[in-house]
Each structure stands twice: as C-alpha cells, then as structure tokens.
Design a protein around this ligand. Structure first.
Ligand code: HSE
Length: 397
C-alpha cells in the first residue's frame, strides 16, 4: 500500500519538498518502510509547466476530505489560513509537518493539543534552524537534562546580510536583495531584519524547553537595522563579532528571560565563526554541559529536508510519538523583562569622552570599549545616556 501525503503551498519550501521527495523517493520509501507518494499540492497559483501539474488543487477540501491522505506538509507560511487548515487536518487524524514558525509560535499549544486529542502528530522541525535538527534533539535526545539556557543565531537572512556587509563590503540593500533571490528572506523581509523571525523561533524553543507557551508579544526583540558597520569593525578589533542572537535563560527564581538582540560574541566562541546563511544553536544542560547544532538555517532544500524528515517520521509512526506538548499560558508572569538582563556591554562614545578606561579603541567613528563590570539593561541605558554614547550593545556571556 502506498501512503499518500499532500503539500500545502508551492513557494520556496513547498516546491523544495516536492523536488527533494521525487529526487530521493526510493531511499525515502526505504526509510519510511512503505511506498509513498504526493497526491495533492495546494496553491492558488497555476503551475502549467510543472511535471506534477496534475497534482495541483486550489481547493483545500480536496485534501481534507480524502481519507487516503494521512499526512500533510504545511509550507504556506503565516497564521491564516494555515491555522484553520492545519487544525482541520489534525482533527481528521491527519498528521501535519510544518515549516511555519509564525504558526507554531502563535498557535503551537492549540495544535499540539489537537494532535494529541486525535492521535496524530504535529511536527515542526523545519520551523527552527532550517536544516538543523534541533526540535527533536531538544525534546528527545536531551530529555534527560535540565536545560537552563539556549542561545542561537536563528535567522539566516540577517546573518547573511551581516556577513556580506562586513566581509564583502556589500551594502545592506544589496545583501538583502541577494538573500531574497536565494530564497532565504521572508515575504516581508522586515520580519527578518527587525528580529521577528528569530523571535518566533526562540519562542518555539522556549515553549518546548520550559513547557509553557511563550508568545512573541512578550519577548523583547531588536533587529539589525541599527547595527552600524563602524561597530562591527570596532568590535572585531576588540576581539568580537556582532551577531543577531536569540536566547532564553532560566533565572534563579524560575522565571525565564527570552530576548532577541544584536550581541557581541568573543572570537573564541564558536558561534562567532557562524557566517552566511548558517544558523547555530547552543544548548546548556546539566548533563551535557554544552551542545552545539550548526547548519543551513534557510533555503529551499535545507528547509525541505527538515519538513520531509518529519513527514517520514509521521508515516513511520502512525500513532502519537510527539507526546510532549506545552501548556497554554494566559499570563506572562513567568517571563522576566529584558531590563533584568545582566551582562557586560560594548559602548562607542565620542572620541573626546574622558570616562573611558584601558583597552579602548579609537578611530574616526569614536572610541569603543567593553565594560569589565556587568550591567543590567537599565544600567547600560543610563550609562549610555551619561556618556552620550553613539552605540551600546550587550556582550554574550
Ligand atoms: N527568513 C528565514 C531566515 C527563513 O532567514 O532564517 C528560515 O526560517
């Protein structure tokens, strides 16, 4: 018997799922332990030249009402209509594998509960870190650990832009255009540049690790639009790279502090060397100490690889294997405000500022230095004001 699945959306990721599936169909079937085929591809656009044009439908009900379709790959992006479609599929007992981080970050609790109630799977490995296996390792391989911190470069587009700007002297606009051409950026690249995409991903990780739904609206998020190349260059001379870091840590009182912001990473930290579209995630646990995950964080086939891995898993395990879900949360009292973030800070101040200590670096753009003392977010803002700082950025510890 051949297992039939459907692909919702034929954009960058959806078309990658179809391409990779047919490229590796034989080995995929071997790994799934059964013959498999794509029965439908849902998209409102026409693809008359596609070799799979006979599989296209514009009507989601064709998929929903076809009992032969037992697994669905959702690659449409956005909350609606993806949420309505995915929920309906799960309620019919069809497992869903998604690359849609916005959907999981906003509605993951509801969809996981629906999957559990209807004895099927809701998988979302592709929603964080593109090709990198991180969701299943966090939930399964590292399940014995008390995980107290996760930090990562979780947006390929911004990492690509920062790399091109610094290494190749490319303008921000050109680097962004290239990222769009390569299929890395979101439909609205503001979500990448302003950190919203990384925020959704750290929300998913936080919910999974700490067991309570963390909504993006409660997470302090600052993107790279204000990162000045003068700071990238000065940070480099001070022994650091600037990266957009999404992180979450558990505080001593049990609350968690998730945030997204550009940070200085010491060159000796392996994360400083993560360039281009690559993502990396560092997980800190009491059993493992640290584990790092690294790979392509965006793009057609890398993301399709993660989606198809989930589809294969859902075909192999027809009953629920993703037994961990997270609780819904109506209040945000378990989330600490960013004002409590305590770390060392990088400052760039006017060159005539005399309140600067040893190790400072001065050029035409001002004087740059890293504090020895740890300051909270609020204390750093006060210091920046007092020094008329041109820029101030936290350092990742
Ligand atoms: N726009 C996202 C990124 C795509 O650049 O990381 C992968 O989630």
């Amino acid at each position: 018997m051949s297992v039939k699945f459907a692909v919702l959306g034929h954009g960058v990721v959806g078309s990658g799922v179809v391409e990779l599936f047919y490229k590796n169909k034989k080995s995929i079937e071997k790994r799934a332990g059964t013959e498999m085929d794509i029965k439908y591809i849902l998209d409102l656009r026409d693809f008359p030249d596609s070799p799979y044009h006979d599989k296209f439908t514009k009507d989601f009900n064709d998929i929903l009402n076809d009992d032969e379709v037992t697994s669905v790959a959702e690659c449409m992006g956005g909350v609606e209509p993806a949420f309505t479609f995915v929920k309906a599929c799960l309620e019919k007992g069809k497992s869903v594998s998604t690359s849609n981080k916005e959907l999981v970050a906003e509605k993951g609790d509801i969809l996981l509960a629906a999957a559990k109630a209807h004895n099927c799977n809701f998988f979302f490995e592709a929603s964080v870190g593109g090709a990198i296996p991180i969701i299943r390792p966090l939930h399964r391989c590292l399940a014995a650990n008390d995980i107290n911190k996760v930090a990562g470069i979780l947006n390929g587009t911004t990492n690509f832009i920062l790399t091109k700007m610094y290494n190749d002297n490319m303008s921000f606009a050109d680097a962004l255009k290239l990222a769009q051409e390569l299929g890395y950026a979101e439909k609205d690249p503001t979500a990448d540049v302003e950190g919203h995409d990384a925020c959704r991903k750290i929300c998913i990780i936080s919910s999974l690790v700490f067991g309570k739904h963390v909504y993006p609206k409660y997470v302090y998020t600052k993107g790279i639009s204000e990162v000045d190349l003068a700071d990238v260059a000065a940070a480099d001379i001070l022994g650091h790279a600037i990266k957009l870091i999404a992180s979450v840590r558990r505080l001593d009182d049990g609350r968690i502090l998730p945030c997204v912001m550009p940070m200085l990473i010491p060159h000796e930290n392996i994360m400083a060397g993560v360039s281009d579209v690559f993502n990396s995630v560092l997980v800190y646990g009491d059993g493992i100490d640290q584990a790092m995950f690294y790979g392509r964080g965006a793009g057609k086939l890398p993301t399709a690889s993660a989606v198809l891995g989930d589809v294969i898993e859902s075909v192999k395990h027809k009953i629920t294997v993703f037994s961990q879900s997270w609780d819904s949360s109506d209040d945000n009292s378990f989330i600490a405000p960013v004002e409590e973030l305590s770390t060392r800070w990088y400052f760039r101040v006017p060159a005539d500022c005399d309140a600067v200590g040893e190790g400072a670096y001065t050029d035409d753009n001002g004087t740059s230095f890293i504090t020895e003392e740890v300051l909270t977010f609020t204390q750093a803002a006060d210091k920046a004001k007092a020094l008329n700082a041109l820029a101030y950025i936290p350092v990742m510890d």
